[in-house]
Design a protein around this ligand. Structure first.
Ligand code: GLY
Length: 374
């Protein structure tokens, strides 16, 4: 697990191994770590959504104090998914060109998952790759988008179809930044945390099941442990299978695809709701659905299905869905990028911490699982 920093007990450093190793620091008030992650770059481009303008000075100050000759350019981008377009990426590239941004310069992102995806893609593509440091400001981005090197933008062809694997040079999960995050957004982030519990770390489930959900606030040591554990789950998965080419051990573990537990239905619901539902909320429903499916198609015990419902509901997430019809969701799932040809593929569990792929479940089982969450 993480190593407590004895000089800074309020922080933990999680190391990501592999070809491009980096650290993920989890704690409070971490801006002083930025200069170390950025190194001696003469230019820094800070990609930040308009709505987070008030955080900019806290990031720029340590970068300039540590190296007064350093230029920090702020690349203000639209909020949320509006940032993930070719036009915004192009505006960033133009700005880097004007600044004379070189291979030894660094992009820093400050924002949620959309900012991380866009800024990471700009860094991946500029000069065929410059370093990027992520400072995620949402729980969802801390435990998912900022770690593991997936970057991308949306196009007419679909979401995240244009992108690159580009691992960051460092990630700062500064829990203090969550103090101003709306409660619903924090709760949505817990959807991915609970998902990590089911696919890999039963201690996450125990913590969720034994902590008063009202105590899961940014200053809580339990929230910090949940973030550390969820990030560690993600690190372990991506180190074993960075490019999502599948489990290499022959154990049947789906590799990075395991992180998509619950996501096949979640993506279909998000699309049916025209993205008016939070990702973590859709993931909670999707995980309950896939547990119901595994119960019918692969013998997952009923108690584990109940445990899914109870864990997601306990943190305030939905476990049922009353929107689009089964037929509509099925049609969308069939074009999900994890489907191969016409065969539907789902990550399912044999047990907590034991994910595998279920290919081609019957329509009868799919319909019954849908009805169980309707
Ligand atoms: N968000 C899933 C992944 O990083 O693979």
């Amino acid at each position: 697990m993480s190593e407590p920093d004895t000089d800074h007990p309020e922080e933990s450093v999680l190391h990501v191994g592999g070809a491009s190793p980096y650290d993920v620091v989890v704690g409070h008030h971490l801006a002083d770590h930025l200069p170390g992650m950025v190194g001696d770059a003469l230019r820094v481009a800070l990609v930040v959504p308009d709505a987070l303008e008030e955080l900019v000075d806290d990031v720029v100050a340590p970068l300039v104090e540590s190296m007064p000759e350093r230029d920090v350019t702020v690349l203000a981008v639209p909020d949320g998914e509006e940032a993930k377009t070719a036009e915004v990426a192009n505006a960033c590239w133009e700005a880097l060109g004007e600044e004379g941004f070189t291979r030894s310069d660094v992009v820093v992102t400050l924002g949620g998952g959309a900012t991380t995806d866009l800024g990471g893609f700009v860094a991946a593509s500029w000069l065929r790759g410059v370093r990027v440091v992520h400072v995620p400001t949402t729980l969802l981005a801390m435990v998912d988008a900022a770690v593991g090197g997936k970057t991308g933008i949306n196009t007419e062809a679909g979401k995240n179809l244009v992108g690159a694997f580009h691992e960051p040079a460092g990630v700062l999960c500064d829990l203090s930044l969550l103090e101003t995050l709306p409660r619903d957004e924090l709760v949505a982030g817990l959807g991915e945390v609970v998902k990590c519990g089911f696919i890999a770390d039963p201690e996450i489930l125990r913590l969720v099941e034994t902590t008063d959900p009202a105590d899961l606030v940014p200053s809580s040591p339990v929230l910090r442990e949940l973030v550390e554990r969820a990030v560690q789950v993600k690190i372990d998965v991506v180190v074993a299978d960075l490019k999502e080419t599948g489990g290499s051990s022959g154990s049947g573990h789906p590799g990075r695809e395991a992180l998509n537990y619950g996501h096949t239905l979640a993506h279909a619901i998000e699309r049916a709701e025209d993205y008016g539902i939070r990702h973590g909320e859709a993931v909670a429903v999707g995980c309950v659905f896939v547990a119901e499916l595994a119960h019918r198609a692969a013998g997952l015990p009923a108690e584990l299905v109940d445990r899914h419902r109870a864990a997601f509901a306990r943190v305030g997430l939905p476990t049922s869905y009353a929107g689009a019809s089964f037929e509509d969701l099925l049609a969308t799932m069939r074009v999900d990028k994890k489907s191969r040809g016409a065969t539907l593929r789902f990550v399912v569990l044999d047990d907590v911490g034991a994910p595998r792929i279920l290919s081609g479940p019957s329509e009868e089982h799919l319909r019954a699982a849908y009805e169980a969450i309707a």
